[in-house]
Design a protein around this ligand. Structure first.
Ligand code: FAD
Ligand code: FES
Length: 282
């Protein structure tokens, strides 16, 4: 597998291409994973990139790719239903068609982590854009020192990809720590916010590259905690969400400071984002 897919945008970036739904699986009460069949048989992408996915007749939304970059024959998106488009996509059935434009945007800079510790920090549905980088790191395990995954969700029933997390925890060459904000008495795991896992996690801050995705406030506190532990701000990367329309840097809908999230992101380093993250409401 190539380290990273070609990041150039498709020749017709504004034209959705119909992809047939091969399978759809409910993950949580409000979240499903959609598996799509690329019409060309292959859809190479780099971990961290996103597509514009179109529910025909309803609308189009940006969705990160949540599948395995080593398996480009399947395009996988994990979708939380929050509004008209995401709910329509969750109602898709095998054989239906959805439109796809992409892949767009920047990737998790995994090459920066070679020979270092890879630390992945996810909150809630933020684990979906991170899953491709976890697949990649585990498939190329010899390129990295430690592989550490820290994941937090609101409650045990909100844990995304619970079976896979269990499988990753069973590996001897990865450290996977999970926490929930609140839990009943039957939960035997950790309770607390994901930032509390950082001090318990086995990694060398001076030799780590960290990938973070979750609610913006969680990413801000996570980055601050990592930096206070000695990780360089340039080694902390996060994936931003903003309203998008064109996804190719024309319309300005996704502006964030001087950047367009669709073109200069969604993956950006904390070193670049810090001044904006400190401004409330950005
Ligand atoms: C680069 C990028 C990658 C993304 N990847 C994913 C992904 O992998 N999976 C996924 O489920 N979503 C992802 N999103 C968010 C997704 O695009 C939005 O949830 C979607 O645009 C909502 O559209 P809608 O028409 O369904 O809802 P709308 O009608 O637009 O919104 C319905 C309600 O949901 C709220 N809402 C809108 N967007 C969000 C949001 N991001 N989070 C929480 N509430 C929101 C609105 O304020 C409104 O109250 C991503 C966004 C970006 C920018
Ligand atoms: S969505 Fe149009 S500029 Fe980013």
């Amino acid at each position: 597998m190539a380290l990273l897919a070609d990041l150039s945008v498709a020749a017709e970036p504004m034209t959705p291409v119909p992809f047939v739904v091969r399978a759809i699986r409910d993950e949580l009460a409000d979240t499903s994973t959609l598996e799509l069949e690329p019409p060309d048989g292959s859809f190479p992408f780099a971990p961290g990139q996103f597509n514009m996915v179109y529910a025909f007749g309803i609308g189009e939304v940006p969705l990160s790719i949540s599948g395995d970059p080593g398996d480009p024959a399947r395009l996988v998106h994990t979708i939380r239903g929050v509004g008209a488009v995401t709910r329509a996509l969750r109602r898709a059935r095998p054989g239906d068609a959805v439109g796809v434009r992409g892949p767009f945007g920047t990737a998790w800079p995994i090459a920066q982590a070679e020979g270092r510790d890879v630390v992945v920090v996810g909150g809630g549905i933020g684990l979906a854009p991170l899953r491709p980088i976890i697949y990649y790191a585990l498939a190329h395990r010899d390129r990295f020192e430690r592989v550490v995954v820290l994941y937090g969700a609101r409650s045990p029933s909100d844990l995304l990809f619970a079976d896979e997390i269990q499988a990753w925890r069973g590996r001897l060459d990865a450290d996977v720590l999970v926490t929930v904000d609140t839990a009943g008495r039957d939960w035997r795991g950790s309770v607390g916010v994901v930032t509390e896992l950082i001090n318990r996690a086995p990694f060398n801050p001076a030799r780590s590259v960290v990938f973070v995705c979750g609610p913006e406030i969680m990413m801000r506190f996570t980055a601050q905690e990592l930096v206070s532990r000695g990780v360089s701000p340039g080694a902390v990367h996060m994936s931003l969400e903003r309203n998008m329309k064109c996804a190719v840097g024309f319309c300005g809908h996704c502006q964030y400071g001087s950047r367009f999230v669709c073109r200069d992101g969604p993956v950006c380093s904390y070193a670049d984002l810090e001044p904006y993250l400190l401004i409330r409401g950005m």
